[in-house]
Design a binder for this molecule. Sequence first.
Ligand code: ACM
Ligand code: ZN
Length: 489
Amino acid sequence: MKLIIILAAALGLVPAPVKHTPEKDGTSFKEAVAQLEPWQQEEAYRITFYEKRIKVEALTPQGRFRAQKTLEQLELLGERPEGTIFDYPRLRHRGLMLDESRSFHGIEFLKKQIDAMALLKLNVLHLHLDDSAGWRLESESYPDLTALTAWRMGYTYHEWEAGRYQFAKADTPGASGGYYTKAQMKELVAYAAGRYITIIPEIEMPGHSMEVGYAYPQVLCELPDGRLHTGAWDLCPGNEATYRLLEAVLKEVMEVFPSPLIHIGGDEATMKTWSQCVNCARRMQEEGYTEVKQLQGYLVRRIERFVAANGRRIIGWDEILETGVPQNAVVQSWRGSSGGVRASAQGHDVIMSPNTHCYFNYYQDLIRKEPKAVGELVSLRFAYGYEPLAPGMDANHLLGVQANLWTELIPTSEHAEYMLYPRLLALAETAWTPASAKEYKGFRKRARALVDVLRARGYNTFDMDTESDLARSGLQRFPPEGVPIPLDD
Ligand code: ACM
Ligand code: ZN
């Protein structure tokens, strides 16, 4: 039988292009993968469709798993192609971040999203586990993190904010929240690993940390009269108690999560209390610093050394570039793409998740027809058009792309899914497929079919059939990069 090479567009919803066409039908799979990067070889597969049987070739169980997902997609669409699919990913980090601090969605929600991610050949789930609004991971060394802050007065983030940030205990009448036990997270890590998905935990520091100071006031800045700066957003980088807590918590985190990468946040520290603090002043004097912001670099570098001594590598949001960080640190670009370009020029590996294209808490259609969201328009088409290799960026340092779902305005699981699907399909295709093989019309058709599949499987999705002309056009009302936008996350 003559074999035909099948192109992605013929595969329905499968983000599975032929990027390398074997010279002739007789090319062995081993020969075909030999030219790929080692990490690509692990995920590569070839499926050959004969009249009465299907042959799957892969070098690893992971490659076999990716092939299975392609076959699952084909079956869901009722397609039975002829010929050969030869496939492998463009980028090695294909991620989704879920913010479980602002809104806690629970373990079943996470498993369900892992299932969808596996179908889309995504491979990283980044869990944002603390962010002022509630600490979401059990800690044996600092148990009050969850005992005192995993519940709060106010079901939604903004109700909590309007009520002046009141935390509560599990049995406080009217309290809402929750946290993940270590046992639950270990089970989730195994569940994800079974689908070739790594979970990267994030412990935020030194900003976005109000709940830490509430549970353990010894990490707060201290005024000259001995009073503590209660209610502060930032941890005190001058105080040894801060490092004792962070290191103990990170040690527990690394016991639960085998991920080679550990996210330490690093974004949006206000640094307001640092200039009034006796411990920060002492640290600045010891280190010879002239500006308080140098304390952020001190904290990040010290935590980086601790994480590296434990055999892991840090990721930080792009602010970590501003105050000095070792080259081994991975930088996650979120304030547009410029942080990623600068980071790669300095030799850092980079994850691209610019708010311009990858923040799926932003509106996906007209404000008047959508639930309240933030930012401007990140329509399906606009999200699909994203090219992560920004002009001037070193491709060798582009580790991958990631969608982020911040949940200040997304209290329920249904709402979270509505914001994710189908935009996560666009991100998945950007991550897996070479830019030259992307084509919106074909993608939209496949996405439309997958939305029905996801709905049949119990996911809530955005309704593509009622999408406005503006969203369909792919236009975006967003100021040029560099112009500040009113963000609340
Ligand atoms: C961020 O959105 N503050 C990383
Ligand atoms: Zn301080």
